[in-house]
Each structure stands twice: as structure tokens, then as C-alpha cells.
Design a binder for this molecule. Structure first.
Ligand code: G3I
Length: 375
């Protein structure tokens, strides 16, 4: 019997074991198991599942995936909401759930310009903090959070989305106050707090030539000063309309040619149209007004789009397999369509179908095509 199934069963009352033994005997091979010789296949765990954990025996995430990233729970505003207050309730639960499900934990994220409370950049009077004070605050945060989970978190997204679309450093408060070297310090503090954890630079739109060049340059600069970056996280927030497989492949090749490994960290493929054909990425501050024309599949996804989605995923997984020697993980940004952030971005309240399990947690055609890609 699969070790993951044994772990789940061992958590159930014995009275239920008889009833679930047929589940164990007939349980289909999980997507992570299918790909385990190639790379980890992960998912993002939403905060609701950490506040009110579902029974693991019925958890799609536990059954199907072997790497868990907290979708929001480890972001600064949740884990360190006030200067002297940390809240580890959800992140502790993530670690517990991962242990029970035999999954690796990915820490997301230590340094970002979003989801970081304003006080982080201010002193007690509300004045902008100086460089040394902000570095001290960053060090304290990383030592506390990474230190708490030393040996338990497989890899950390140390810095998230530091680049603009041209591949230059964004003018985030981190950069404005500390300077360009804030990344060096972040990676240094993370390595010191847990030398065994993998360390990643994570960003979206890395299929774009200029942006991936910026990410590679950034990693090279970090390595040149002795810091360790184990992989570039290509988030992978895509759509049926962009990017092309060849754009993604060229970027993957550029990263690998530079001697850097890849993690696909936040994969989803929106099927919905947008008012602007040139729009892409995952910049959460960008949005469009809702209109029914941009929400055409509220009662279900037509067969043609279902097939298009499946073909897109098949192409993507074909690519990931082709470079499996340098791709250490592929994480979907959520388990079922019901939970995806794409339902609310960049237009709120739409019905999107970006993942490989439907709203009832059933495998979609995309799941079948991905299964075929490995077979
Ligand atoms: O928790 C509040 C809830 O109390 C409130 O009632 C509700 C009202 O809108 O909002 C809830 O917070 C939302 C939170 O997700 C939890 O659902 C925030 O408004 C919303 O902005 C937040 O969005 C998250 C977003 O990051 C911003 O942090 C998405 O769930 C999450 O999927 C998304 O993930 C990011 C990655 O971290 C980095 N890469 C891009 C990716 C997509 O933006």
C-alpha cells in the first residue's frame, strides 16, 4: 500500500478503517506519485484549510500532491502582524498537515512588497525607518520564521517579485530604504537561519526575455558575493492565450544555461478573456471592471475550451519533463477550480477553470492529458 495512504489511514478511527479500505485498494495513483521520478508536484494550501483543517482522508491536496506551499499563511501580514507579535497558528498547521500527508513544505514568502504591513517600514512614530533599522527588522523576521521551521521547510521563496517587467529592480520600500543589496542580506539571513533549506528567487512573467534576463543577472550577482540561490521560481500564472510554449522554453533554457535550476511555483492557466490582449502576469494591484462578456462560462466550461486547457497543460508538462533534470518541482496554485485566486483576479467574481481538478474535486481532461504526458 502507498505510504501516503497508510499515513492518512493511520489518522482515522479504527471503526472507519473497514469502510475506507476499499478507498485504499482502489485509490488511483496520485498525480505526484506519477511524476515522482521526475519532480515534486505541489499545491498551494489556502488559509481556510489551515484554520479549519478538512479530514485528511477527504483532502484532495493530501491525496494528490507531495509539496505544500501556504497560499497566504506565511506572508508577513499573517505570520508577523505586529512588531512584537508572531502568529504561527496556520503555519504550524501547514507543517503538521505536510507531515501527515508525507509532503514537503515550501515557505512563501520572506520578502515581498505586498502583504507586508506598513509598520514594517516605519518607526514607532510613523516615520520611515532607516536602512540599519530595517535590516535589523528583516533579520529578526527571517531568524524567527525560518529558525522556527529549521529542518521542516524544504525550501523558501526568500524574495518574491523584486523585478519590474523590464527586469530591473522595482522601487519597493525594501529597495528604497535599504538599497539594492537588500536581496543579499535576505538570502544571507535565510541561509544562516536554516542552512539545509533550499533558497529561491520567485517571480511572474519570467517567460519574457527581459524579465528572465533580469532574474538570471540577479541570481548571478547573489552568487558572486557568496550567497546561495538554489533555483529560480517561475510562477507560471498563464492563460489559454499566453505565453507560447516556445517563449517558456526559451526562458527555461536561458536559466539552465546560466547553471541555475528551476521550480515552477504557482502554476495555473486561466481560460477567461480579458479586455486587454497584452495583459499578463500576476500583479495583484492591477484589475479590470467586471462585465458579463469577460465571464462567459458561468454554467460550465464548453468542450472546446476544456480540450484547449488540456492541450495547454499537456504541452507544459511535456516541457517540464523535457527539462526534468533541472526542474525540481511543479506546484499548482491551488487544488481545485473552486479555490483558485483566478476567480477574483484581475476581475472579481468570475468563474474560471485554471486547475486540473474541477469544483467538485474531480479530475478534468487536463488531468488525463498530464497523466498521458508521463505515460
Ligand atoms: O482574509 C481576507 C478576508 O478576511 C476578507 O473577508 C476577504 C475580502 O476580500 O479578503 C481576504 O483576504 C484576501 C486573501 O487573498 C485571502 O483570500 C485578500 O483580499 C486577497 O488580496 C488575497 O489574495 C492573495 C494574493 O496573493 C495577495 O496576497 C491570493 O489569495 C493569493 O493567491 C495570491 O498569491 C500570489 C502569490 O503570493 C505571489 N505570486 C502571485 C500570486 C497571485 O497574486
Amino acid at each position: 500500500m502507498n505510504i501516503r495512504i497508510i499515513k492518512v489511514l493511520s489518522l482515522l478511527p479504527s471503526s472507519l478503517l473497514l469502510a475506507t479500505s476499499s478507498f485504499a485498494a482502489t485509490a488511483p495513483t496520485s498525480i505526484a506519485k506519477l511524476y515522482e521520478e521526475s519532480f515534486l508536484v505541489g499545491t498551494a494550501i489556502k488559509s481556510g484549510d489551515l484554520k479549519n483543517p478538512p479530514a485528511l482522508s477527504s483532502s484532495l491536496s493530501c491525496r494528490e500532491f507531495n509539496a505544500f506551499t501556504a497560499e497566504n499563511a506565511m506572508k508577513w501580514e499573517h505570520i508577523h502582524p505586529k512588531p512584537d507579535a508572531y502568529d504561527f497558528s496556520m503555519s504550524d498547521q501547514l507543517i503538521k498537515m505536510a507531515e501527515q500527508c508525507d509532503a514537503k513544505v515550501i515557505g512563501h514568502t520572506l520578502v515581498w512588497h505586498q502583504q507586508t504591513p506598513a509598520w514594517v517600514f516605519q518607526d514607532s512614530q510613523g516615520n520611515t525607518l532607516g536602512r540599519d533599522a530595517l535590516l535589523a527588522r528583516l533579520k529578526g523576521h527571517i531568524e524567527t520564521v525560518v529558525g522556527r521551521y529549521k529542518g521542516k521547510v524544504y525550501g523558501w521563496d526568500v524574495v518574491n517579485e523584486a523585478l519590474d517587467e523590464e527586469g530591473n529592480l522595482r522601487d519597493s520600500p525594501w529597495r528604497k530604504i535599504i538599497g539594492d543589496d537588500y536581496l543579499i542580506h535576505a538570502f544571507r539571513y535565510a541561509k544562516a537561519a536554516d542552512p539545509t533549506a533550499q533558497l529561491y528567487y520567485n517571480d511572474f512573467n519570467l517567460y519574457k526575455k527581459e524579465k528572465v534576463a533580469g532574474a538570471i543577472k540577479l541570481v548571478e550577482q547573489l552568487r558572486n558575493v557568496g550567497e546561495r540561490v538554489d533555483a529560480i521560481g517561475m510562477q507560471g500564472h498563464y492563460s489559454l492565450f499566453y505565453p507560447s510554449l516556445s517563449e517558456i522554453e526559451q526562458s527555461m533554457q536561458a536559466i539552465i544555461d546560466a547553471g541555475i535550476d528551476i521550480a515552477i511555483t504557482e502554476l495555473d492557466v486561466s481560460v477567461l478573456p480579458l479586455p486587454d490582449d497584452a495583459f499578463s502576469g500576476a500583479e495583484i494591484t492591477q484589475s479590470f471592471a467586471a462585465h458579463p462578456v469577460y465571464d462567459p462560462y458561468t454554467t460550465g466550461l464548453p468542450e472546446q475550451q476544456q480540450r484547449q486547457l488540456a492541450e495547454t497543460y499537456q504541452g507544459l508538462f511535456g516541457l517540464f519533463l523535457k527539462y526534468a533534470g533541472n526542474v525540481n518541482r511543479v506546484t499548482f496554485w491551488g487544488s481545485s477550480d473552486a479555490d483558485s485566486w483566478r476567480n477574483n483576479w484581475p476581475i472579481r467574481g468570475r468563474t474560471d477553470y485554471p486547475l486540473i481538478f474541477d469544483r467538485a474535486g474531480q479530475p478534468k481532461l487536463a488531468h488525463q492529458y498530464i497523466t498521458q504526458a508521463i505515460n
